[in-house]
Ligand binder design. Structure first.
Ligand SMILES: Cc1ncc(COP(=O)(O)O)c(C=O)c1O
Length: 414
């Protein structure tokens, strides 16, 4: 048996797909094919059940009550934080702040860490392949301070030009914010190397882990980044919950991003004493059910084994890439050597929205648009692309059906 065949057969797909009830439905009389996983992933029964159990048995506000339900809710919420700590190998649960998602995590760092330390002559460095969430917050604080936003260029294959990145780094560079993996191209950046390069000029680094966390094992200590941001909903957890991880000494020095209940130890009309980490950054009632759901998603991913998932998804990616390449007229944008399972493609004569609409009429969900990466689209000279993004619950048979549909799209527009 070939290696490819053995990896495909070692994964019990029907058992896995049974865990995702949403996949078992018809759209326009066709079996649903869900290829929009980079936008959000579907949720396994374990996540749905953990959240329903919480609401059915334990619902109460956290950290405030002495009654049994409040104690149970607090325990479950903090258990979820402990799971996050283990999953990303943080030193302490205090370093793991629950937020709404990657976007909020980046805004928190921009406003609480970077803004107070930024001078007009300073520079921030991002890359050409960032999501708007990792562009706009930095632009906003540059506008406030007069600091300069620098952008590291990429190649036509969608890979960062490391030499150019090095050239952009200098003593004025105070902060570097980079995606671990690109949502629009799939490119996995050589982040460990980039972090070391940034540290060598004294800059701190935030990694946008929105697209990486569901596909790659994450070890924040080994990466040695200063901040790491990710969203629960892109890794089989619920929407409205995500994590900002930061090195404890940096988080300790930062002022809170928002004020309110939960983040204080003492309040008078004149002065407030802030709570210690992580509560200092969790003002107001948090998304308790969301955190518990994220904890369940982590348990589920760990039970499947991250390495097995990565192998299976890599096989799916190369199969889907070869299949699209074999259809004349479609061009893949983003052909980096190392990729998460994301394929952006265009056809010279057919608009991505038309491709998406025809595929939807056959029950196939893909994404068409700028993928919240307009500067990247400009770089490739397109307004939009079609994007297939895969998960371990997808199959080669689904890819085959999608390719047949793409051939039909060509016929419709011939
Ligand atoms: C690379 C990247 N960064 C940031 C985000 C923003 O994530 P969220 O909308 O969950 O805050 C996304 C979402 O698509 C993304 O793909």
């Amino acid at each position: 048996m070939s290696i490819q065949a053995s990896i495909f057969s070692s994964f019990d797909i029907s058992e896995i797909r049974n865990e995702f009830p949403i996949l078992n439905q018809k759209i326009n009389d066709y079996d649903l094919i869900y290829f929009d996983n980079a936008a959000t992933t579907q949720k396994p029964k374990a996540v749905i059940k953990a959240m329903a159990d919480y609401y059915e048995h334990d619902n109460a506000n956290v950290h405030r009550g002495v009654h049994a339900l409040s104690v149970r809710a607090t325990e479950k919420y903090e258990e979820a934080r402990a799971k996050v700590r283990r999953f990303i190998n943080a030193k302490s649960p205090k370093e793991c702040i629950f937020v709404r998602g990657t976007t909020e995590a980046i805004n928190l760092v921009a406003n609480s860490y970077v803004l107070p330390n930024l001078l007009p002559e300073d520079e921030l460095l991002i890359t050409y392949m960032e999501h708007h969430s990792n562009i706009v917050p930095w632009q906003m604080i540059c506008n406030k301070t007069g600091a300069n936003l620098q952008v590291a260029p990429i190649s036509l294959s969608g890979e960062l030009l490391l030499d150019e990145f090095a050239r952009k780094l200098n003593k004025k560079t105070k902060f570097v914010a980079i995606s671990y993996a690109s949502n629009a191209l799939g490119t996995i950046n050589p982040v460990k190397q980039m972090i070391a390069m940034a540290h060598a000029v004294g800059a701190k680094v935030l990694l946008d882990g929105a697209q990486a966390t569901a596909h790659l094992p994450i070890d924040v200590q080994d990466l040695d980044c200063d901040f790491y941001a990710f969203s629960g909903h892109k890794m089989y957890g619920p929407t409205g919950i995500g994590v900002l991880w930061g090195k404890e000494e940096l988080l300790e020095d930062m002022s809170p991003y928002q004020g309110g209940g939960e983040m204080i130890t003492y309040v008078t009309f004149e002065v407030t004493e802030y709570a210690s980490l992580p509560q200092k950054f969790e003002a107001g009632t948090p998304n308790i059910a969301g955190a518990i759901g994220l904890g369940a998603a982590i348990d589920y991913l760990v039970s499947l084994d991250l390495e097995t998932i990565a192998h299976y998804e890599a096989q799916l990616l190369s199969y889907a890439t070869a299949s699209i390449e074999a259809i004349k007229g479609f061009n893949i944008i983003g052909t980096a050597k190392y990729k998460v399972p994301v394929i952006s493609f265009v056809h010279g004569k057919i608009h991505p929205h038309d491709i998406g609409t025809i595929l939807d009429s056959e029950g196939i969900a893909i994404r068409s648009g700028h993928h919240c990466a307009m500067p990247l689209m400009d770089f490739f000279g397109v307004a939009a692309t079609s994007r297939i993004s895969l998960s371990f619950y997808n199959t080669r048979a689904e890819i085959d059906r999608c390719m047949t549909a793409l051939k039909r799209v060509k016929e419709v527009f011939a």
